[in-house]
Design a binder for this molecule. Sequence first.
Ligand SMILES: Cc1ncc(COP(=O)(O)O)c(C=O)c1O
Length: 354
Amino acid sequence: MSDTTQPTELAEPLFVPDADRAMEFARFCPIYTPTELLTLEDNGATVFVKNESTRFGLGSFKALGGIYAVAQLLSDTVEAETGVRPKLSDLHSSDVKTIAATQTYVCASAGNHGMAVATGAKLFGARARIHVSSEVPSSFATRLRERGAEACISGSTYEESLEIANKDVLDSGAHLLADGSWAGYTYPPSRVMEGYTVMARELKESFLSSGLWPTDVYLQAGVGGLAAAITYIIRDEWKVQPRIVIVEPTAAECLALSAKAGKLVEASGPISNMGRLDCKAASLLSFDTLIRSDVEYRSISDADAQHAVDRLGELGLGTTPSGGAGFGVWREEKKLQKTAGERPLVIVSEQALD
Ligand SMILES: Cc1ncc(COP(=O)(O)O)c(C=O)c1O
């Protein structure tokens, strides 16, 4: 399906990221390095591929959000308790560690966001409890536990694990650090999304130095945090403007349906093989950002997402249907000789799973 929505009268935007702050944090991390931007030849076109499978050694771009958000929330707590906001270089001090040891960050996750929150908590000496549904590959629970997090198998869908995480926080008083947002709950996810802006800055730098800008950008969406954060920076900062396509599984078109309805509405559909994109309810911040932006929406079937994975594998890139969905939509558009331009940018958003 396709839809472009540009309302004229809206309240203030809910998501206004500070990409400089996110970049400063990324550069402060000793292992930070921009992920590679590959140039592949496929279907007679040059395809830019931002390869997020190596991000911070965690297997997906989500590492940019959760770690940064833990640092921000912890800094808020330290500031509230001591009256002084810690500098980045103070985050590993014993004073901050003493406070961090009393903090627990909780979230529901389809896998990758939980990995990022768990890593952030471990890095700064806090605790993390991650709720994953029984549909999430078991390798995630193993990797979460290796990072010192408590991994709970909660419900059989992402939405059920979200409900259980919300109840956990009410009962325990821990911090909810979700990547999705809703009315009355926007601050922690806005920090998560702010972290993702680093990727759009890295891309901007690459295109500025080569002078070759993409014609079309394909952004896969679950709750829409990635898509909204990147769209914001593209529209705000990029010198040469591409067409932007938001990509969702046919089984979970929550952003497209919401854009069409002009308000948040839920998708209903079967379980998708794009597990990390299979969110039936969009993030309020993402919806609010995208509805103000010039974007189009496309959905992709499970079969086409798998074809994309197979083709990327032939081109030497291992990923999952979630990671290859953007590439899949570009290939489908190209096959139909529709609007796709000749220099697409896609994001391979995660590594292949065991
Ligand atoms: C690999 C991967 N790609 C894309 C997404 C979609 O990101 P968002 O939920 O911010 O839309 C996710 C979300 O977990 C993911 O893990």
